[in-house]
Design a binder for this molecule. Structure first.
Ligand code: PMP
Length: 437
């Protein structure tokens, strides 16, 4: 802390008031005061490239979203026990981005609340309790969803009705002698479907009836495994055969992030029973959703009232609508595809000269970059963290994910440009050189 300037030191020390559960990024913390597009500025006016934040989906301080929020806040903000067009207009608009089977939507404030509700709906529909998640999944901070989030670590109290299946690690897994990333979708899916069968059999041995698979279609917290596209098909068929439903957690892949569809599940070519999302939905206002097939929603919603004080309020809905309008008008999907492809190829290009980069994978503007011990697939978290810290010193913000914390998570705002890619690559080149990698 001695190397910190007085203001940064004061703020860092004063964070004690928040208690020890809060974690800051970086040895030299960043104190941000302003943002625009994919750039943010610290208190000293220094500019940074944001390669991490998916919440500011249409860019930090997007003027259309700011204007929509200010205008509605100046008129009225209240709950959903009165009529308001904002919530109804947005509900219809967002459902129009989904397959027709998904014809109901309810609003909350966070992804955790959306997943919490989806699990309750799934349980009411199936009459079961058991929920399957992947080994490094994160689905939220509520009592229910934190119990479905093995990523929180071993100190976490996991739900008794929860069962884990392995991360679909296409980089390290071999399926019948075939490396995961060369495996056809049908075979990789069949392997994962087998894991679902095993988990359900274990539930049954313990008298637990299966209710749902809760999974994000690109397995972002597990370490970013979007391909081979379509591998979830056989998995979801198996979920249905065993009497469960699929809750597609679209907090990470949704809202055009993957570049080839509005929703991540569309890459997989299947229609979920329930969909949840939040983070990128309203460009920073706490807003989330749970969409459902009406027949799946009915047993829960037909008998249990649902009230969410802030969910679906006119200001959050105005922000969500403006965000969606910008996504359409500025074609963030096309941008995610185009710039995401350029970005991934550029990062892949580093592999030849830098053997610490073992694998680069992703979809659209969501890229995972494995840092390994050269010549092996052994995760190298220490080096990944050195890269993060050095990038930060060169004014590029990003983070890591995966079980071993060795996978660089490159997930910028959807307005990321080719110029931003160049800036990242310049900083990465200097970083790798300085670290002797
Ligand atoms: N699901 C996934 C896949 C997430 O990444 C997150 C947040 N990182 C959540 C759920 C929880 O969302 P929130 O923090 O808004 O509660």
């Amino acid at each position: 802390a001695a190397a910190l300037d007085p203001q940064t030191r004061r703020l860092t020390e004063e964070r004690e008031v928040l208690g020890p559960a809060y974690r800051l990024f970086y040895r030299k913390p960043v104190h941000l005061t302003k943002g625009r597009g994919a750039r943010v500025w610290d208190a000293d006016g220094e500019e940074y490239l944001d390669v991490y934040n998916n919440v500011a989906s249409v860019g930090h301080a997007n003027p259309r979203v700011v204007d929509a929020i200010a205008r509605q806040a100046g008129l009225l903000n209240t709950h959903t026990r009165y009529l308001h067009e904002n919530v109804l207009d947005y509900a219809q608009d967002i459902l129009s981005t989904m397959p027709g089977e998904l014809d109901r939507v309810m609003f909350q404030c966070t992804g955790s609340e959306a997943n919490d509700l989806a699990v309750r709906v799934a349980r009411a529909y199936t009459g079961g309790e058991g929920v399957i998640v992947t080994a490094e999944a994160y689905h939220g901070n509520s009592a229910l969803t934190s119990g479905l989030s093995p990523a929180l670590g071993t100190a976490q109290e996991l739900g008794l009705t929860m069962r884990m299946i392995p991360t679909p690690d296409t980089y390290r897994l071999e399926i019948d002698g075939c490396p995961g990333n060369a495996c056809p979708a049908a075979e990789f899916g069949a392997w994962m479907a087998g894991e679902v069968r095993r988990a359900v059999a274990d539930m049954e041995r313990h008298g637990i009836r299966f209710a749902a698979l809760l999974a994000d279609s690109i397995f972002s917290s597990d370490g970013v495994y979007p391909d081979p596209a379509g591998y979830l098909g056989p998995v979801i068929d198996t979920v249905h055969e065993l009497g469960g439903v699929w809750i597609a957690d679209e907090v990470q892949p949704g809202f055009t992030r993957t570049g080839d569809a509005f929703w991540g599940f569309q890459r997989q070519g299947i229609v979920p029973d329930l969909v949840t999302s939040g983070k990128p939905m309203a460009n920073g206002l706490p807003t989330s959703l749970m969409a459902a097939r009406h027949e799946v929603l009915e047993p829960f919603a037909g008998s249990i009232p649902y009230f969410n004080t802030f969910g679906g309020n006119p200001v959050c809905m105005a922000a969500a609508q403006a965000t969606l309008d910008v996504m359409r008008d500025e074609d963030t999907m096309g941008n995610a595809k185009r710039v995401g492809t350029v970005f991934r190829r550029a990062v892949e290009g580093l592999m030849a000269d830098h053997p610490c980069i073992g694998d680069v994978r992703g979809a659209g503007l969501y890229i995972g970059c494995e840092i390994v011990v050269p010549g092996t697939k052994e995760p190298d978290q220490a080096t990944a963290l050195d890269i993060l810290e050095t990038l930060r010193m060169h004014h590029v913000l990003t983070s890591v994910c995966g079980r071993f914390g060795n996978i660089l998570k490159l997930r910028p705002p959807l307005v990321f440009s080719e110029e931003d890619v160049d800036m990242f690559m310049d900083a990465m080149a200097v970083t790798l050189r300085e670290l002797g990698l």
